[in-house]
Design a protein around this ligand. Structure first.
Ligand code: BGC
Length: 772
């Protein structure tokens, strides 16, 4: 893995003046992005003929070239990119967002290589390109697949404008350990929510077919089990039982394949002792034989070469052979395919047909992307596509709809607009990188609105806004490579005296102001790849700052910017209002101002159970309960074994009741669907959103069944006093599970409990049976 080489990412070179729009989309307007129906990769005889014709003219070296992806900022072998392209030795580039560069390289490929095969250009468009959207974990907290689809479609529009045609997203790794830094990049702990987010993102990136204009090829990653890294340490091995793999970790990938994703990335890690990149069972048996995946598979960064590091392959040649024989079509960054496979072919270690199949998989997708017809980026169009008012509006709306209100004692929020003074305190309150979050490599700080700026824009006059960062978050360890890559503000308080003075200043500002907004959490480089933590506490002296602010007796709102749940047990008892906004992106500060003053009403819900302490991990809600069932929540001597906030939890500025649970049948045949309805009433004084959630539990099966599993949800917006009947359809296929006894996935007939409510503790109960 050569991350150090990647730190100098080429930034977008285009700078344009963008008129800023203050128009705020209402939640209802944001919901107008319709869900399109699932797509799958269709058979296309014309594409097949074209590709077969092309392949009949390709040399071995040209074929291996198509199976090779170079990183513009990756290691160089001394030969220029241009020469490699001219000779047909490279099929794909990654990590540049510079349209001139993309255009230059593509012209060489199409005009100067023997067979004129266009390159594909990939980038990690994870939560936006130049316009940065909230992180994927936040997107999952919206519980709004239509919104998520629309967000990724907007991201695709910007990225495709600069010539990128392939994103390394969505990340579908289920994660149940918040120590793992990449938990921010996925949809949290639940396979059902994760699958809906997978489909929405694939549709958003790809549109209704691969090659849809202004869209990107999606890449499902990291296949599979990367989220279960031992100890939450990034890149560590994952040891996952067959039962958990089949029922928890694989389903989002299957959903992404069914939604028509055209590519998939193997995981770095060992899965039960076999690396993802050399895992024939995963890449062939599951992906091709079972799921009929019709796209191509790319490795992760140098993960073919790293098969030797795993103690899996004895040398580079064996690494290349085992990867390609496992079903790994394209190698990322390392170039063992190009260097090692010719000899391996000659020696009979691989078959020509294996290489041909990999090339076919890759070229078919290039064809479907329309690259042979339209290889070039339209440079003249680009300025019109970046950080447009529409992009900004979407980013602002999405940041409001992904926020989760965790506490709101005595309705402190929304704040009174007639306020005269606000203290805005905290190391993240005016930090642009920390507002953008990890995987915002092509974002510009200048575009980004911090919380402090958002509040200042909202109250240009009449309200005194007192700002102090109070404390800084610094890292005690030696400099990491990420200290270069991400530019969280460098500490400026270099002496104890300076630190104490800033702390006291912050608290005096709290004392002088009517209300204090503390913006705390994690720096962006504490969350993401290679950013695992061994603790979940508020880093640095933020906890002391929070306690001192509360000790003033002033009303305090805690706004959290972070990529994982943090240990806020103290805050949950002492801080009256807590608003989780994750890393909210380019428009984060404006969105937070909207939320604090009630122009937007929080309606997000947690996509994971929020632990009290790091010691409770894993604390996911869908677990099997054994022994002493009447007291399953006291499993620790020194703590509750309940999470601080359950999966699915989230408050609003208004209140809701959910009543009148009705099932249109209590006995359904396996494979059928039936309707479950409830009445949702907004019992408060403001319009707001509720997320209606459906959980089931099978009372007995060939294997133990989890106490609850999410099987449906819908986010609804209701005006004050409004009641709506919400109908959820339960597809009984969702009740199927892979049994470690039968080694099969099936719907096992029997009796099921069912609950509907607003989080995983939903109390309204019914039951039904499934018959053969
Ligand atoms: C990450 C991938 C990413 C790739 C390319 C790797 O280190 O694990 O998720 O897509 O780099 O940037």
């Amino acid at each position: 893995m050569s991350l150090p080489c990647r730190v100098q990412l080429t930034a977008l070179v285009i700078t344009i003046a963008v008129p800023f729009s203050f128009r705020i989309l209402s939640g209802a307007a944001a919901q107008t992005a319709e869900l399109s129906s699932p797509v799958s990769i269709p058979d296309d005889p014309t594409a097949d003929r074209f590709v077969e014709g092309l392949m009949s003219r390709m040399t071995l070296s040209e074929k291996l070239g198509q199976m090779t992806q170079i990183a513009v900022n990756g290691p160089s072998d001394g030969v220029s990119f241009e020469d490699h392209i001219r000779k047909g030795e490279v099929g794909s580039f990654q990590s540049t967002t510079d349209p001139e560069r993309i255009s230059h390289l593509q012209h060489i490929a199409v005009e100067q290589s023997r067979l004129h095969i266009p390159l594909s250009f990939a980038f990690d468009v994870i939560h936006g390109l130049r316009t940065v959207y909230p992180i994927p974990l936040a997107l999952a907290a919206s519980w709004d697949p239509a919104l998520v689809e629309h967000t990724q479609e907007m991201a695709a529009r910007e990225a495709s404008a600069v010539g990128i045609n392939w994103t390394f997203a969505p990340m579908l790794d289920i994660a149940r350990d918040p120590r793992w830094g990449r938990i921010m990049e996925g949809a949290g702990e639940d396979p059902y929510l994760g699958s809906r987010m997978a489909e929405a993102q694939v549709r958003g990136f790809q549109g209704d077919h691969i090659g849809a204009p202004h869209h990107l090829l999606a890449c499902l990653k990291h296949f599979a089990g990367y989220g279960a890294a031992a100890g939450g340490r990034d890149y560590e091995e994952s040891n996952i039982s067959d039962e958990q793999l089949e029922n928890v970790y694989l389903p989002p990938f299957h959903a992404g394949v069914k939604a028509g994703a055209g590519s998939l990335m193997s995981g770095y890690m060992d899965l039960n002792g076999v690396p993802g990149t050399g895992n024939h069972w995963l890449l062939h048996d599951v992906l091709r034989e079972r799921w009929h995946f019709a796209g191509f598979v790319v490795s992760d960064w140098e993960s073919v070469e790293n098969l030797t590091t795993h103690g899996f392959a004895s040398d580079p040649e064996e690494a290349a052979v085992r990867a390609v024989n496992a079903g790994l079509d394209m190698e990322m960054v390392s170039h063992l395919y190009r260097d090692q496979l010719p000899a391996a072919l000659k020696d009979g270690k691989i078959k020509q047909s294996t290489i041909d199949q990999a090339v076919r998989n890759i070229l078919l997708i290039k064809y479907r992307l329309g690259l042979f017809e339209h290889p070039y980026v339209d440079l003249a169009e680009i300025p019109r596509q970046l950080v447009t008012p529409e992009q900004r509006e979407t980013a602002r709306t999405v940041a409001t709809r992904t926020a989760v209100l965790l506490r709101n004692q005595d309705s402190l929020l929304p704040l009174n607009k007639q306020i005269h003074s606000i203290a805005v305190i905290g190391p993240l309150a005016d930090s642009k990188p920390d507002t953008m979050g990890s995987w915002s490599l092509a974002g510009h700080y200048d575009d980004t609105v911090t919380v402090l700026e958002g509040l200042r824009r909202r109250f240009p006059t009449g309200v005194t806004i007192n700002f102090s960062k109070g404390v800084e978050i610094s890292r005690d360890l030696p400099l990491s490579i990420f200290d270069d890559q991400f530019q969280s503000p460098k500490p400026t308080l270099t002496t104890d005296a300076a630190r104490q003075a800033e702390f006291r200043h912050a608290i005096s500002l709290v004392e002088q102001s009517e209300v204090a907004v503390l913006v705390l959490g994690e720096r962006q480089d504490m969350s993401g790849e290679r950013a695992s933590r061994s603790s979940l506490t508020l880093p640095g002296q933020q906890q002391e700052l929070l306690e001192a602010a509360i000790a003033t007796g002033k009303p305090v709102v805690l706004v959290l910017l972070n990529g994982r749940p943090l240990d806020i047990t103290w805050a949950s008892e002492h801080v009256p209002a807590i608003l989780e906004v994750w890393y909210p992106g380019t428009e984060g500060g404006n969105a937070v101002a909207d939320l604090l003053f009630g122009d937007a009403v929080p309606g997000g819900h947690l996509p994971l159970a929020w632990p009290r302490t790091v010691g409770q991990i894993p604390i996911n809600y869908a677990r099997n309960v054994t022994q002493i069932p009447e007291d399953p929540d006291h499993r620790y001597w020194d703590s509750s074994s309940l999470p601080l906030y359950p999966f699915g939890y989230g408050l609003s500025y208004t209140s809701f009741t959910i009543s009148k649970l009705k099932l249109n049948t209590t006995s359904a045949r396996a494979g059928s669907s039936f309707a479950i309805s409830v009445d949702v009433t907004n019992t408060g004084k403001l319009a707001g959103d509720e997320v209606v959630q459906l959980y089931t539990h099978q009372r007995a099966g060939s294997a133990s069944r989890p106490i609850r599993e999410l099987k449906g949800f819908q986010r609804v917006r209701l005006g004050p006093g409004e009641t709506r009947t919400v109908t959820l359809t339960l597809d009984t296929n969702e009740l199927s599970f892979w049994s470690p006894q039968t080694h099969q996935r099936s719907i096992e007939p029997g009796t099921f409990d069912l609950w509907v409510g607003a989080d995983a503790n939903a109390a309204m109960h019914s039951s039904f049976t499934i018959t053969d």
